[in-house]
Design a protein around this ligand. Structure first.
Ligand SMILES: [Zn+2]
Length: 431
């Protein structure tokens, strides 16, 4: 009986001429966007949903297999409300999480904007937003249902701004779509922005593994116009009226250039298919930032612009950790608890090193690995080992190579472990 049913089904498929994929079964090719707030203080985190909306184009991966890359301090999980099957999931990080480590977070509560995107569902789905407890444990911050027929799901209209496709080889569902947004460029400076965006694309494509996968990377430049030219510098009492409201001096750290206006950023990113958002700031002053699956933001020009751009993109695209450290920084910095294995693929506390790059180590490599006697190798990116000093701390945290793009601006590129981590993300987004 079952065989007959199967045969009839196959015959039906042959007649209709196409096969239905699980993606088609569960999702449309539109985007479901959830805007929410991460709120709290140093000790508490809450997530409150603000708005659910529907945008015309889904440019991300077209799978409904719930495949999850175990990166990020947070993740969201979309499940079929009837079967409980996980359909889509992704990890992310937040500026809120960094703020929680500042002294201010001991004094007051604050709220930060956050957005998640996934393909728009055809049937009711449950969405869970979770916070990481350990390498494999999560706690739920928010849980809610999305009914596709809900009349109050907002139909978003993308803002009308000019954009250019800088490079496009592949269909968005099979490519990594990188949306470069202009910040601090007036309408008259539009061509300058396009030139800077092309330069940024060149910087990235000069680095492996982006070079190797160049034909799977689509680049778009969205010329968001600002009222004023340049970027706000609060430490110099200089504020500019810019479209995305970015500024230096984030959390009172002079070089930390970020914006809290994530909803506005995502409105402009929706003009093009966007797996990744890169904000290019019209300044030559050194600075920037990058947060996993959130955005990267750097100065368009100036000292080390190429190195900084690729470094910050390493954070935002692949969830790479900083491999640099401060001597004696082990007392001052509390970012990582050395008793816990961090989730970032390129650092380890040796608590669960088997989950990291042990397969890439040369045979008989000592753990930890001392720096080689030959000092010319002290800046090598290709020597793989377990070298002490990473994640701002000189003790108890280890990096995969003497040097890396995630450690210094002088490094020629990523170490093999970072390269592999970037490659895994490219593969996930293009499969
Ligand atoms: Zn590295």
């Amino acid at each position: 009986m079952k065989v007959i049913h199967l045969l009839a089904f196959l015959l039906l498929l042959a007649v209709s001429g196409h096969t239905s994929t699980p993606f088609d079964h569960y999702f449309t090719t539109e985007t479901c966007r959830v805007d929410f707030h991460l709120s709290g203080d140093a000790m508490h985190t809450k997530a409150y949903v603000l708005k659910i909306s529907r945008e015309p184009i889904w440019g991300g991966r077209q799978t409904a297999d719930g495949q999850f890359m175990n990166r990020g301090d947070y993740r969201f999980v979309v499940t079929d409300s009837l079967s409980g099957q996980v359909l889509y999931s992704d990890g992310f990080n937040a500026l809120f999480r960094e703020w929680q480590t500042t002294p201010e977070a001991l004094q007051l509560g604050k709220t930060f904007e956050q957005t998640i995107l996934f393909p728009f569902p055809k049937q009711t789905v449950q969405v869970r937003i979770e916070s990481r407890k350990s390498l494999d444990e999560w706690s739920t911050l928010s849980e809610f249902y999305i009914r596709p027929e809900d009349k109050l799901i907002v139909r978003n209209q993308s803002p009308k701004v000019p954009f250019k496709t800088l490079q496009k080889f592949n269909d968005p569902s099979k490519a990594v779509d990188i949306a470069i947004l202009a910040e601090g460029y007036t309408a008259r400076e539009r061509n300058r922005f396009y030139d800077d965006a092309r330069q940024l694309m060149k910087y990235l494509l000069e680095h492996e593994p982006f070079k190797k996968y160049a034909s799977q990377l689509n680049f778009y430049a969205v010329a968001v116009p600002s009222e004023e030219s340049g970027i706000s510098e609060p430490h110099n009492d200089e504020w500019k009226n810019t479209a995305l409201g970015s500024h230096f001096h984030t959390f009172y750290s002079k070089r930390y250039l970020m914006t809290g206006n994530v909803f506005r950023v995502m409105d402009f990113a929706s003009v093009v298919p966007a797996d990744v958002v890169y904000i290019l700031s019209n300044t030559t002053h050194y600075g920037g930032g990058g947060i996993y699956n959130y955005y990267a933001l750097t100065a368009a020009r100036g000292r080390d612009a190429a190195s900084v751009a690729v470094h910050e993109f390493g954070h935002s695209f692949a969830g790479l950790a900083d491999e640099y450290f401060y001597e004696n920084g082990d007392v001052l910095d509390q970012t990582y608890d050395t008793a816990v294995e961090p989730w970032e693929p390129n650092i380890t506390t040796l608590q669960q090193f088997n989950r990291k790059w042990s397969q890439l180590l040369p045979a008989d490599s000592p753990i930890p690995t001392p720096l080689p006697a030959d000092s010319t190798l002290h800046r090598s990116t290709q020597l793989t080992g377990v070298f002490e000093g990473a994640g701002y701390q000189s003790k108890g945290i280890y990096r995969p190579a003497p040097d890396c793009r995630m450690e210094t601006n002088r490094a020629p590129g990523f170490c093999p472990v970072c390269e592999k981590a970037v490659e895994e993300r490219i593969k996930l987004l293009t499969n």
